[in-house]
Design a protein around this ligand. Structure first.
Ligand code: AMP
Ligand code: MG
Length: 397
């Protein structure tokens, strides 16, 4: 049985990066950049007005009200080509280039235009309401680094700098195989001794959120020959095979026997972790194999800790683990003697603005309904417990 930290280190070491590919930017959200994104121009590319109003020379309006001659208009996409002289103003719109010779903008609310002239009612400082060329970024600067994941919040960046195609890491292909004679499809009405397969869809969704492509395979029962054949077939095309169920010590827990028959190289098969002790990590020819416990909460926790890290490594992501931080625990949380525990919690803030981790009321590691409202996992190191008010480490889900 190995420590969680050791298991994480092993995964980080064993798993190699997949190659990169170029994809249309429209298909790139969720993918990890395999190239730096570089600004191909200054941003803004010209001195840009922040307001609808009048471009002026600040010196002309210092004794406002000042009457200036209106000599033209600068609109977004139709800049004024002339050069502003003393005593002149140009009507300007938000996003339009500042005319040469102007050094300030006065907003429309503080002006009055009457045929051919504009009255500037209040003085305006040099540089007022202007974003100078290159203020946000200079041409040639790296604006997103390789290893970052493209998302709804940052996709505008490569779009603004002309990356119609972007180089990203290939998506890991994951095959998901639920095992267990009791497991039936979601659409079935289970017999009294059957359980619907909730794991496969949960894991497929977690894989997708981690940037991988997941295929859900037909469930196999607790029968060695079928299990072995299904795992062997999955390992032929997938980069990662995930099974759930059958990794404990019961008579019908056959996963380890199945992979042994396939000459898997078992890297670890027991982790000092609660929930998720019997997690198996192995190499199966070119694929990696994760044998996760069947218990839905254990499967989720072991995915978050281990599988996620492997998928991120394959994509050369710079952040390979769930984001983590510290919170004040609001309630008691008991650890175990020799295993690190990861307890589900919701998050809140107290009146002083401190982040609180509130342990969920739940009925142990099979309670996936309670677990569904978890926003974080509280880490309780082996041999310790937390009393209310203590600072603890949390992983944000
Ligand atoms: P096992 O790891 O095979 O001992 O299974 C542990 C528990 O998880 C049992 O109660 C199983 O019925 C349940 N379980 C196993 N596989 C799944 C699944 N795919 N979906 C939902 N529950 C499952
Ligand atoms: Mg089972």
């Amino acid at each position: 049985m190995i420590a969680v930290a050791k298991a994480l280190k092993i995964i980080g070491r064993e798993v190699r990066a997949l190659p990169a590919e170029r994809v249309a930017i429209e298909d790139a959200v969720g993918r990890v950049l395999a190239e730096d994104i570089v600004a191909d121009s200054d941003m803004p590319p010209f001195d840009r007005s922040q307001m609808d109003g009048y471009a002026v020379r600040a010196a002309d309006a210092k004794d406002a009200p000042a009457v200036l001659k209106l000599v033209g208009e600068s609109a977004a996409g139709r800049g004024w080509k002339g050069r502003l002289k003393a005593g002149e103003a140009v009507r300007i719109m938000t996003g339009a280039p500042l005319p040469a010779g102007a050094d300030s903008v006065q907003k429309i609310e503080l002006t009055q235009e009457t045929d051919g002239t504009v009255i500037i009612n209040e003085p305006t400082a040099e540089g007022r309401f202007i974003v100078p060329k290159g203020k946000e970024v200079k041409k040639g600067k790296v604006v997103l680094r390789r290893g970052e994941r493209l998302s709804a919040s940052n996709i505008a960046v490569p779009a603004a700098f002309g990356y119609a195609k972007v180089k990203v890491s290939k998506r890991p292909r994951v095959a998901i195989l639920a095992t267990g004679t009791e497991i039936v499809p979601i659409e079935n009405r289970p017999k009294p001794d059957q359980i619907r397969n909730s794991n496969s869809l949960m894991l497929a969704s977690l894989c997708q959120a981690a940037g991988a492509e997941a295929v859900i395979l037909p469930t196999v029962g607790d029968k060695l020959s079928e299990l072995t054949a299904a795992i062997a077939a999955a390992a032929k095309t997938a980069d990662v095979v995930i099974t759930t169920g059958g990794v404990s010590v019961g008579k019908y827990d056959l996963t380890k026997e199945a992979i042994a028959g396939l000459e898997a190289e078992v890297i670890f098969e027991k982790v000092k972790l609660k929930p998720g002790k019997p997690t198996v990590f192995a190499r199966l020819k070119k694929a990696f194999f994760f044998g996760l416990p069947g218990n839905p909460v254990s499967a989720a926790v072991t995915f978050h800790l281990f599988v996620r890290r492997a998928l991120m490594r394959m994509q050369s992501a710079s952040a390979i683990d769930l984001p983590s931080g510290f919170a004040v625990i609001d309630g008691e949380a008991k650890g175990t003697r020799e295993r690190d525990s990861y307890l589900p919690a919701s998050l809140a803030t107290d009146a002083n603005g401190r982040l609180l981790a509130v342990p969920l009321r739940w009925h142990g590691s099979s309670d996936f309904i309670g677990f569904a409202s978890a926003e974080a996992l509280v880490r309780i190191p082996a041999g310790t417990s937390l009393t209310s008010g203590e600072v603890c480490e949390v992983l944000f889900l």
